[in-house]
Design a protein around this ligand. Structure first.
Ligand SMILES: Cc1ncc(C[n+]2csc(CCOP(=O)(O)OP(=O)(O)O)c2C)c(N)n1
Ligand SMILES: [Mg+2]
Length: 548
């Protein structure tokens, strides 16, 4: 038994079944221990997407995903994935190698101070200096990664510690994490605030999407009948078809959903994480805001709640609903605004234009995705359209990143979603820019024999920045590029490829790809002139309504 064996035993003890990454020679003892374990080593073609996959595992299951890289260059490739998990509150454990620490036979070759590099990017980062400490360090790493607010942890295992003889040390059994529930006095205060509201509105934020919260949250909304809207990352936490959904705040102000915000006198912000682009802007005046969260609210210039209810959110909401159910005559006061808001969002969703409008693309994707189908977005202009227009009916069925908002995570997150949900339809939606940032992982998806559709929106440009350039009055400059022939590109990987050639061709092409199974790239040309028409001109004309 050596240090690497102890590490792998500790990972098995945590229930880990897969590790994503690119090993280097400093990891070879760990690789050998993995070979003899029940854990599958999933090779990726770059470390960054391995970290995106591990983070998405954490996001979807609540249990940390694990990724592995070598020292120096490999470890540095984890940094964007670390930031993605840190800002996005996704539990993840990153393991990297290092040269031996007891002697320096290769001098400073490839050595980077990875622990220092990871310090601002993780909740905890540690070098392992003795085999005997491994079981405790691994248990602590998983505990820290998983507990609220979840996030990434980094462990560095130097090669001489990995290869050193180890005593037999039993792993430390994990136990469920219990959080305190909000105390009765705080629940009473919150209940009184809500009872006193004339026009209450619920906002569901990023932490509302924690997998463990889905049932309790849906119950709370159903029992209280207060209409709700969500932030981008809070999308899907309550069924969109409930009759209470008022929209998604994809922009910070002026969108139709802000009519509801502007008319509310109380916003019950459940699980809002200020790492998201603000869903609305607080200022002098405006509604009272009650923060309901696992942790106290972070105060920002644009978010400073007046009251808070802190504790395990699910059980706290149940106790709050016990105090309020059937006693809120004003619960539905804002529902009168709902139809007008949703009608604007559905505008032109079925228009036949070629290249396709973003509204039509969102509409057709929704049409082919079953209620439990999972759409994973990369970052680009279409994210705003999907956030605004795509209706979700099941928790965590639209995965987007409104935290680090990095390009390149769409395909890796979809690979993870497909691995975890082999019987559900899974689609990555990427821009031609973001897709090419990690397109090499098509090989990983093919090798894993996944069923996965990757929709590539083609505008031959960094469309979102091009749009912003125009909105800010700059000349159109420097944002366009060429693309590979995506059909041939797919085929080169042993995947299937198609190009959408007509306005009505998208939905049938998507359906055919899902029916055929395997990995399928579909490119669709997109007409982004709607960005300016709707998101700028139309919304500027939509002046904030007078507040009641
Ligand atoms: C790694 C990274 N680099 C740069 C950016 C800034 N950025 C945001 S959106 C965008 C353009 C995205 O282009 P594409 O993927 O083609 O999507 P489109 O907007 O054209 O639909 C850029 C460069 C970013 N978010 N992440
Ligand atoms: Mg583009």
């Amino acid at each position: 038994m050596n240090g690497a064996d102890l590490l792998v035993a500790a990972l098995q003890n945590e229930g880990v079944t897969r590790i994503f990454g690119v090993p280097g020679e400093e990891n070879l003892d760990v690789v050998e221990a993995l070979r003899r374990s029940t854990i599958e080593l999933v090779l990726t073609r770059h470390e960054q997407p391995a970290a995106f996959m591990a983070a998405t595992h954490g996001r979807l299951t609540g249990k940390p995903g694990v990724c592995l890289a070598t020292l120096g260059p490999g470890a540095l490739n984890f940094t964007t994935g670390a930031a993605y998990a840190l800002l996005g509150a996704m539990p993840m454990v990153m393991i990297t190698g290092q040269k031996g620490i007891l002697s320096r036979k290769q001098a400073g070759f490839q050595m980077v101070d990875t622990v220092s590099t990871m310090t601002p990017l993780t909740k905890m980062t540690r070098q392992i200096v003795s085999p005997a400490s491994i079981p405790a360090i691994v248990r602590d790493a998983f505990r820290v990664a998983q507990q609220e607010r979840p996030g990434p942890v980094h462990l560095e295992l130097p090669e001489d510690i990995a290869g050193a003889d180890a005593p037999t040390v039993a792993p430390i059994p994990p136990h469920p994490i219990d959080m305190p529930v909000a105390q009765p006095a705080a629940l009473d205060r919150a209940a009184e605030l809500i009872r006193g509201a004339q026009r209450p509105l619920i906002m569901l934020g990023a932490a509302a999407s924690r997998p463990r919260l889905a049932a309790a949250l849906a119950d709370f909304v159903r029992r209280l009948q207060i209409p709700f809207f969500n932030t981008q990352m809070g999308k899907g936490s309550v069924a969109g078809g409930s009759g209470l959904y008022m929209g998604t705040a994809a922009l910070s102000e002026r969108d139709y959903v802000h009519d509801a915000v502007d008319h509310a006198d109380l916003i019950i912000a459940i699980g809002h994480d200020t790492i998201e682009k603000p869903p609305f802007l607080m200022g002098p005046g405006g509604p009272t805001v009650l923060h309901v969260g696992y942790l106290p609210a972070v105060v920002e210039e644009v978010f400073f709640p007046h009251a808070e209810l802190v504790g395990d959110v699910g059980p706290s909401l149940t106790l709050l609903a016990d105090r309020l159910e059937g006693r809120l005559p004003n619960a539905g006061a804002l529902l009168g605004l709902r139809n007008a808001i949703l009608r604007h969002i559905e505008d032109r969703a079925e228009e036949s234009r070629y290249p396709l409008t973003p509204q039509r693309i969102v509409h057709d994707v929704r049409q082919v995705m079953p209620e439990d189908g999972i759409v994973c977005l990369d970052n680009g202009m279409y994210k705003i359209w999907f956030a605004r227009n795509y209706r979700t009916r099941v928790a965590n069925t639209l995965l987007l990143d409104n935290a680090l908002a990095t390009m390149g995570a769409g395909l890796p997150s979809a690979i993870m979603a497909a691995l975890l949900n082999p019987t559900r339809r899974v689609m990555a939606v990427c821009g031609d820019g973001g897709f090419m940032m990690n397109s090499q992982e098509v090989e990983t998806a093919v090798r894993l024999r996944l069923n996965l559709v990757v929709l590539i929106l083609q505008d031959n440009a960094y469309g979102m920045i091009r749009w912003k350039q125009g909105v800010d009055g700059f000349p159109d400059f420097g944002m366009t590029f060429g693309n590979p022939d995506f059909v041939a590109y797919a085929q080169a990987y042993g995947a299937k490829g198609s190009r959408v050639e007509t306005s009505d061709g998208l939905a049938p092409t998507l359906n055919a790809a899902f029916d055929a199974g395997g990995v399928h790239l579909i490119s669709v040309p997109v007409d982004y002139s709607e960005n300016m028409r709707v998101l700028v001109q139309e919304l500027q004309a939509h002046a904030p309504k007078d507040k009641p």
